[in-house]
Design a protein around this ligand. Sequence first.
Ligand SMILES: Nc1ncnc2c1ncn2[C@@H]1O[C@H](COP(=O)(O)OP(=O)(O)OP(=O)(O)O)[C@@H](O)[C@H]1O
Length: 252
Amino acid sequence: MALLEANDLEIRFGGVKALAGVSFRVEEGEVFGVIGPNGAGKTTLLNAISAVYKLNGGSIRFAGEDVTGLPPHRLSRLGIARTFQIVQPFKAMSVRENVAIGAMFGHARLRTREAWLAAADAALERTGLAPKAAFMPPQLTLADRKRLEVARALAMGPRIILFDEVMAGLNHTEIERMIDLVKSLKQAGLTVVVIEHVMKAVLALCDRIMVLNFGAKLAEGVPDDVVSDPKVVEAYLGQRFAKAHAAAGGAR
Ligand SMILES: Nc1ncnc2c1ncn2[C@@H]1O[C@H](COP(=O)(O)OP(=O)(O)OP(=O)(O)O)[C@@H](O)[C@H]1O
C-alpha cells in the first residue's frame, strides 16, 4: 500500500489551472522527487497535499485513509510534515523554541512543555543544529535556517516530510550536508517528498521522480529513465544537462 496517494488533483487560480489532474503514489520509505520548470505547479502540489490550498478536484489518501479536505493541523498530527520554501522562523524565539513549536502544534501525542522541548532537542541533534539551540534565528546562516525548517518538521514526529526546495541558495558544501541529512532521514525509515531544482541532489536522493509541466504530469519513473526522456530534456533539463549526465555514465 502506498503511504501517500494523490488522485486527479486539481487546483485553479482564476483561469489558471495550476494543477490539472495530477495523480501519483509515494511508497513507504522512498524518496520521491518532483521536478519541473518554474511555474510548473510543484509548490502548488505541495500546498495542495498539506492543505494550504483547498482542492478544486481530486482526492488524497494517507496511510490508507481518505484525508481530502482535512485542515493542516489534522494532517500534521496524522504524520504529514512539510518545510516552506521561504524560511520564516519566529524571530523573537530561540532556535530550540522554534523547533518546539513544531512539536506543540504538529505532534499527535506530546502534551507537556517538557515533552515538546525534548522532541525539539532530539530534532536539533538529528539535524546538527544542537550547538545552536540557544541562537536567535537572525543569527543563523541560510543553510542553518533551512535545517531549522527540517528540525521543526521532524519535531512533529512525522511519517512523511515534504521538502520544498531545501537546497535552494545553498553552496556546494551545504548542499552535500543537506543531502546527507535527507539520506539519514530515509535510513531512519521516513518517507520523503522533495521538490527540487538542484539536480545533483535529486539524483543523489530520489528513488523515483515525477516531472510536472504546465500543471500536468510529463513523466515519472526512476531517475536515469526520467532524465534521459527526450520530453523532459526538452521541457526542463536542456541538452547540456542530458549530455553531461550521459557522459558521466548516468552515475548517481
Ligand atoms: N497563490 C496563487 N495565486 C495565483 N496564482 C498562483 C498562486 N500560486 C501559484 N500560482 C500560479 O500557479 C502556477 C504554478 O505555480 P507554482 O508556484 O506551483 O510553480 P512551481 O513549479 O513551484 O515554480 P517554481 O519552480 O518557480 O517554484 C503558476 O502559473 C503560478 O503563477
